[in-house]
Write a protein of this length. Structure first.
Length: 227
């Protein structure tokens, strides 16, 4: 991600988090993946979880209630402050990071579960490969990863007005009225991306919804794999 893109993205989310952005409850697809795949299929009932792009800690709080010790990082200082306030007993586990950090500078351990919901697609391919290499390294042998990527089937794709630094420049008007930079991936590209870094496929799915007809559908692919 270029300095300009990082500045725009981080600035946008700092403003959002300061004005109350963030879910109070986890999205349904995450709960279902946890129950149907992590618990039922993989037999995971706890351990340590790293949320890469944790925001205010909504998903970490959910996993903490289901037997996991939470760790998280995010580019937003405000979000991390709120995450620490949400779970003060684990405050030392949450860190504000640059766009492409050296994760070992923040976390000296390995994790049973690496989780990243709607975060990785803000990275261009070069940075994405760098982070996935680090996430593979920081995962325990046999550990699991869940990550989602935005699909070209999302209405964001209709709002592309160029490409900057390897990312599509998406100009949103109306309700959101902002510019963002994302990395669209098809289902096959998601599979290739994660398996090329050594992750073994467990499930490859998608989720989405049509909330506003004037905007269009939201669509993301997700990958669940093991090391």
């Amino acid at each position: 991600m270029s300095e300009v893109q990082y500045s725009v993205t981080s600035g946008t989310y700092e403003t959002k988090y300061k004005t109350g952005y963030g879910h109070e409850y986890p999205d349904g697809h995450v709960v279902r993946v946890h129950r149907h795949v992590l618990e039922y299929e993989l037999g995971m009932t706890g351990g340590s979880v790293l949320d890469y792009g944790c925001g205010t800690g909504t998903y970490l709080s959910y996993f903490a209630q289901h037997g996991y010790t939470p760790y998280g990082c995010d580019i937003s200082v405000t979000a991390i402050e709120k995450c620490k306030a949400r779970m003060p007993e684990h405050a030392a586990n949450f860190h504000a990071i640059p766009s492409v950090p050296r994760l070992r500078d923040y976390f000296s351990r390995q994790f049973d579960l690496v989780f990243s919901n709607q975060t990785l697609y803000y990275l261009n391919d070069r940075d994405l490969h760098e982070i996935l290499s680090q996430l593979y390294e920081i995962l325990t042998p046999g550990g699991a990863i869940y990550a989602s990527m935005i699909s070209p089937g999302s209405y964001y794709a209709k709002c592309v007005e160029g490409s900057v630094g390897g990312l599509s420049q998406v100009v949103l008007r109306g309700r959101l009225n902002e510019t963002t930079y994302v990395n669209f991936k098809t289902r096959d590209q998601v599979l290739e991306l994660f398996t090329s870094h050594g992750f073994t496929r467990v499930q490859l799915g998608h989720y989405g919804a049509l909330i506003r007809e004037d905007e269009g559908p939201r669509e993301h692919h997700f990958f669940v794999g093991r090391k």
